[in-house]
Design a protein around this ligand. Structure first.
Ligand SMILES: [Zn+2]
Length: 189
C-alpha cells in the first residue's frame, strides 16, 4: 500500500518505473451497474496549502481500510494525505492545508459515460460489445483498437490537453494520449 512519486528509479511490483509505462484500466459493466468503470493507478496531486500542483506524478499502490498514505509537497513541504474507497480507484480524496480536494478521475481524465457514448457514435467502437464479460482492459489497448478502426496511428496524433480541472494542469502520459485521441475524434464534451 502507499503512494509514491514515479521518478524513473523506483519500480512497482510489475517492474514499471517511468511515467509512460503506467496505464489505467477500464471495464464495461452491465450486470449490477451499467456503465464504464475505471481503476486508476497514476495520479497528479495538488497542494491546497500553497495552491500548486506537485511537480511529478504518483503511483497509487493500494490502501488499507481506505488509508493510502501521504506525500510531501515539493513546493512548501505540506503533507498531502490521501484516502480512497479501499477497492477500485475511481477517485482519490486528498487533504492538505486544512482542506479537502477530491480528484474524480472520470472527470479529470475524461472517461465519463457520455464520452464513451460519443466514441461509439463517431467511430462505432463499442467497449460493451468487445469486452462483454466485464473484464478489465488497459486503456492503451482500447486506444489501439479505436485507432485501428479509424485508420490512424496513435503516435501520429498531435498532442492536445483538455481543461478538465481548475487545479490540475499537467497530466500523466496515458491521459495526454487519451485527450489527443478524443480531440482527434472531435469529441467536444
Ligand atoms: Zn504546497
Amino acid at each position: 500500500m502507499g503512494i509514491w512519486e514515479i521518478d524513473g528509479i523506483r519500480q512497482d511490483r510489475k517492474g514499471r518505473k517511468s511515467e509512460e509505462e503506467f496505464d489505467l484500466l477500464v471495464c464495461a459493466r452491465k450486470i449490477k451497474k451499467i456503465g464504464v468503470q475505471i481503476d486508476v493507478e497514476i495520479t497528479p496531486l495538488y497542494c491546497m496549502n500553497c495552491n500548486k500542483q506537485l511537480e511529478g506524478f504518483y503511483k497509487h499502490d493500494g490502501s488499507r481500510y481506505g488509508q493510502v498514505g501521504s506525500v510531501q509537497c515539493n513546493h512548501c513541504d505540506e503533507e498531502i494525505r490521501c484516502v480512497d474507497h479501499d477497492n477500485i480507484v475511481e477517485e482519490l480524496i486528498t487533504y492538505s492545508g486544512n482542506q479537502k480536494l477530491v480528484l474524480d478521475y472520470y472527470k479529470l481524465y475524461k472517461l465519463e459515460n457520455e464520452v464513451w457514448n460519443k466514441i461509439k457514435e463517431k467511430t462505432g467502437y463499442d467497449l460493451f460489445q468487445r469486452y462483454s464479460n466485464e473484464e478489465w482492459v488497459p486503456l492503451h489497448n482500447v486506444m489501439d483498437e479505436i485507432c485501428t478502426l479509424c485508420n490512424v496511428r496513435l503516435d501520429e496524433i498531435p498532442p492536445y490537453t483538455y481543461n478538465t480541472s481548475d487545479k490540475i494542469k499537467k497530466f500523466p502520459y496515458i491521459a495526454n494520449k487519451w485527450f489527443a485521441l478524443l480531440h482527434y475524434l472531435e469529441i467536444d464534451i
